[in-house]
Design a protein around this ligand. Structure first.
Ligand SMILES: *Cc1c(COP(=O)(O)O)cnc(C)c1O
Length: 377
């Protein structure tokens, strides 16, 4: 009977209208009925990604699209730059090295943002670099990177810019074409308000030139297969039909609200979440906090306990730290179908849990501070 509140940076809650669609009878995918829906979905995705290029839908988690962005652009022995500032940035390194690609790292300490100047210098001293890989909102730490500045730099070279926007898309201003990003990957279970299971990838003309000479071997993730099927409003393999049918509804909701208005709303939620954390005496973590998740430092090693107690006692799920940040930070998401009321519930319960764990706080202070910000809207 427990009511659940999903305030994690993926998966995120699914709006009722989208969830109902996920429950409809399964369509056959080689039918005009499904193709019509698919056509509408991929057109809508162009708006979501702010691109005129095709966006491909893949049955996998977001990481599958990351892997596609490696195996389709490179050949073994190629050199790439990875600008990482956290767990998900480091994933680019692991994938690339796994395929025999040489990684030049311009990574920074977790919690910092990547330095566009460092990317510029690395590109100058390594003129053979085929691609630059980085992350938009680094969900593991809660920072946002200046993708626009990086796009300016990389677009002046022969390298293609690949950005993981898995958690940031829909949640914070992101413009694929205007910011000169060549390849963008995303997933269904964060800003897009859908169950996990779909990944997305879009490529610029410059990126397609890299695809033409790529020699890494691939089958399921071969982007050329997706492009070919796209022409007939199909996917190369059996797609998760129900998720795509549901995606049509979530895109309808996104278009209805408008991206600009969504970006505005999450910015407000982020301000309220930061105010709430600070009111509890918790130091914010991260050099440039993003708008989709708020990270705060917690007293020595109780991060895990906070997360566990919140979930078990109150049904509220937030996230703890990953890797070196395990137990040291908590991460409170405000992406997708998470609104003002959810935020207040989350902070009220967080206050109670901190009291139970004997952290000295003043009850009601975080909620009051969050309300103060939310009322500014
Ligand atoms: C969630 C996330 C991923 C991983 O996505 P999966 O769907 O779990 O594979 C990668 N990068 C970022 C920035 C994320 O937030």
């Amino acid at each position: 009977m427990k009511k659940h509140y999903l305030l994690t940076p993926g998966p995120t809650p699914v709006p009722p209208g989208v969830a109902l669609r996920e429950a409809l009878p399964v369509l056959h995918h080689r039918t005009s009925e499904f193709s019509a829906i698919y056509k509408d979905v991929v057109e809508g995705l162009k708006y979501v990604f702010q691109t005129k290029n095709e966006v491909y839908v893949v049955a996998s988690s977001g990481t599958g699209a990351m892997e596609m962005a490696v195996v389709n652009l490179l050949s073994p022995g190629d050199e790439v730059i990875v600008a990482s500032c956290g767990n998900f940035g480091d994933r680019w390194i692991k994938i690339a090295e796994g395929y025999g690609v040489k990684v030049i790292s311009v990574s920074v300490e977790w919690g910092k943002v990547v330095k566009p100047v460092a990317i510029e210098e690395a590109l100058k001293s390594n003129p053979n670099v085929k691609a630059v890989y980085t992350t938009f909102t680094e969900t593991s730490t809660g920072v946002v990177n200046d993708v626009k500045a990086i796009g300016e730099i990389v677009s002046k070279t022969n390298a293609v810019l690949v950005v993981d926007a898995i958690s940031g898309l829909c949640g914070q201003e992101f413009r694929t074409d205007d910011w000169k990003v060549d390849v963008v990957v995303a997933g269904s279970q964060k800003g897009l308000m859908l169950a996990p299971g779909l990944a997305f990838i879009t490529l610029s003309d410059k990126a397609w030139k890299a695809v033409d000479v790529s020699k890494i071997s691939k089958f399921y993730f071969d982007i050329k297969k997706y492009k070919k099927s796209y022409a007939t409003n199909e996917t190369p393999f059996t797609p998760p039909v129900t998720l795509i049918v549901a995606l049509q509804e979530s895109i309808r909701l996104i278009k209805g609200r408008g991206l600009e208005s969504m970006w505005h709303d999450y910015k407000l939620l982020a301000k309220a979440a930061r105010a709430g954390m600070q009111a509890l005496g918790l130091k914010l973590f991260g050099e440039v906090p993003c708008d989709v998740v708020t990270s705060a430092c917690v007293p020595l090693e109780i991060g895990g306990k906070i997360v566990k107690t919140l979930r078990e006692k109150y049904g509220v799920s937030i996230a703890g730290g990953q890797g070196v940040l395990k137990g040291k930070i908590i991460r409170f998401a405000h992406m997708g179908y998470i609104g003002k009321a959810d935020l207040l519930v989350g902070f009220a319960c967080l206050e109670m849990v901190l009291c139970e764990l004997a952290v000295k706080i003043e009850k009601g202070k975080a909620v009051a501070a969050a309300e103060e910000e939310l009322l500014k809207d």
